[in-house]
Design a protein around this ligand. Structure first.
Ligand code: SAM
Length: 296
């Protein structure tokens, strides 16, 4: 299948020993609507919008020598990918991105351990932090941003609702020779923690915001990116040290770059400069990830 080969050829320069976790095929941008392929250390996860894989593509995928898993994109976001061809990858394994190692797990549910669309933002964090900085990673999932901040010399605070994800984050630290016990780990709701940090006047040199598009806290209070992001930025701003930065991102498809930037701006003071970043080059379909870097 010509378009599969062409897509791989275009990403050849991105795949190497320092980088084996990359989106290698991206929907219509690579010639096939609703299909994406993420490579993790040589195996693939093919994601489709629909309930079936086009027969020609399926035949081509089954010819691959490596494992190919299939993930049906769904509203419920629950199912783990299923094996389509090749050897089962039934234990966690390591993938490398920009020289940083991450634990990947095809049995852990809907997401495999890192969101590849954040590749350049992770690199930005690693390059931006300075030894001794304090960095707060909210909605942290498996702590990938924290690992990068720690490798850059920062003291990190990693915050997520889920203890299993925080534990996964600790393993990611260990994979990279970082001691998780010399960093902070907070289980719970980002909004509650931001309030607590503000009350205690605890400040951070860098704060990462990457919330799910919809979330409900224990008291039932709803957060929706398209309505409430400004409020999240405002809360985070109260915990920012002088001269600090905020990385505000979202994959909410209902917002375009301009609308997102407006919301982010609404939540911070005028003295903050905003830089808008586009998605990594290998994302060739309609862009969905919005990223704004705020600093004074
Ligand atoms: C989109 S993922 C974040 C991805 C992460 N920023 C990364 O790049 O790897 C959303 C995460 O937010 C967590 N989460 C959802 N609602 C939350 C809340 N109110 N407070 C803290 N964490 C929350 C989920 O458990 C999940 O790990």
């Amino acid at each position: 299948m010509d378009f599969l080969l062409k897509a791989l050829e275009k990403r050849k320069h991105l795949l190497n020993t320092e980088n084996d976790a990359v989106r290698v095929f991206d929907g219509l941008g690579d010639g096939c609507r609703g299909v994406s392929i993420d490579a993790y250390a040589g195996s693939w996860v093919v994601a489709t919008q629909g309930e079936r894989i086009e027969p020609q593509l399926l035949a081509e995928l089954k010819k691959q020598k490596h494992s190919v898993y299939w993930k049906r994109l769904s509203q419920s976001q629950k199912e783990s990918p299923i094996l389509l061809s090749g050897k089962p990858q039934d234990t966690p394994f390591i993938a490398v991105e920009s020289g940083v190692k991450y634990e990947i797990n095809y049995q852990a549910g809907y997401s495999q351990g890192i969101f590849l669309d954040q590749r350049e933002n992770r690199k930005r964090v690693l390059e931006r932090v300075q030894a001794g900085d304090t960095v707060l990673n909210t909605f942290a999932y498996t702590g990938a941003f924290s690992v990068c901040a720690s490798l850059g010399g920062a003291s990190t605070t990693t915050l997520d609702l889920s203890q299993p994800y925080l534990d996964w984050g600790k393993r990611n630290f260990q994979l990279n020779g970082q001691d998780p016990e010399s960093h902070f780990w907070c289980k719970g709701d980002t909004f509650h923690w931001l309030e607590r940090f503000a009350k205690k006047e605890r400040k951070f040199d860098g704060i990462i915001l990457d919330p799910p598009t919809f979330s409900r806290d224990q008291k039932g209070k709803v957060f929706r990116v398209e309505k409430d992001y400004a409020c999240l930025v405002e809360m985070a701003s109260k915990c920012l040290a002088p001269g600090g930065w905020i990385l505000a991102t979202t994959n909410c498809r209902k917002l375009n770059d301009a609308a997102f930037l407006r919301m982010v701006r609404e939540g911070c003071s005028r003295k903050h400069q905003a830089t808008v970043y586009s998605m990594p080059e290998e994302y060739r379909d309609i862009p969905f990830l919005k990223s704004v870097w705020l600093e004074v």
